[in-house]
Write a protein of this length. Structure first.
Lengths: 153, 153
């Protein structure tokens, strides 16, 4: 999996959060996951097929997602609830959609499944594949989140 | 979504658990989910595309998955760990694969994404779709699990 497959997910994330939540997020250096576990409080997951089989997961800590959804809704959100889970589903859909459009421009066509949202303090996500698992950490002024992109060769 | 789309998932589940874990599980009546939340300790999720977009999630309580994996490994598993999560990934893959083969026999061709496994006591899974969400509860002599099948029209 080369950088040209990862950059569309980074760009889509920056773009969706800036457009939807007026939030600047700062991506860290992508790294190859070894322990293969993301830990967080809310995760959006969406499966991909087509060019290759894959999955994309976006795992937020409580601070980052409360900040994002507060900005989206224009009111301060104080706790993780059903509205926040819905927003994570929508954000996941939008990031996957925009990344897919960018990938299509370089000839990589993916289909996307339905996003699922996981709620639960300190849950862990493991992707069941022998392929590479790339994690991209992001910082916001509310907290952190991480995107994991797994695409089989 | 009609019964002919759900039965392959029920049959695959019964079959995979009997073949892999020598475990008889008893399916309850499938129901249309309204509150759209499954609560459990370990979940396998896999996205589907093709005939329609969808997602399948299998949410186990601790008792059911410890029993299943103990039977698979031939040794008593006492706690949820990395090996159990791997087994959930494998079970999810196998159930989706077998259901897809059965669906193909009735002319419904699906592609499957990479399964992801969620670990975390009492986590909740919500599927982000306007389409129907069908839940099928299962009983085993170790505990309960539920399969959720969401396929957009």
């Amino acid at each position: 999996m080369d950088a040209s497959m990862i950059n569309p997910f980074i760009n889509a994330t920056l773009n969706v959060l800036e457009t939807m939540a007026f939030l600047k997020s700062v991506p860290g250096t992508p790294y190859l996951k070894k322990d293969d576990v993301a830990i967080g409080d809310l995760t959006g997951i969406i499966g991909l097929t087509g060019e290759s089989n894959g999955t994309v997961a976006i795992t937020f800590d409580e601070g980052s997602i409360l900040k994002i959804v507060s900005n989206m809704f224009g009111e301060e959100m104080l706790e993780l609830n059903h509205e926040i889970a819905d927003a994570v589903g929508e954000i996941t859909n939008m990031i996957a959609g925009q990344a897919r459009r960018d990938l299509e421009l370089i000839g990589k066509v993916f289909e996307a499944a339905i996003p699922s949202v996981v709620s639960g303090r300190g849950h862990r996500i493991t992707h069941y594949t022998d392929g590479p698992k790339i994690a991209i950490p992001f910082e916001t002024d509310g907290g952190k989140f991480v995107i994991e992109v797994c695409l089989e060769d």
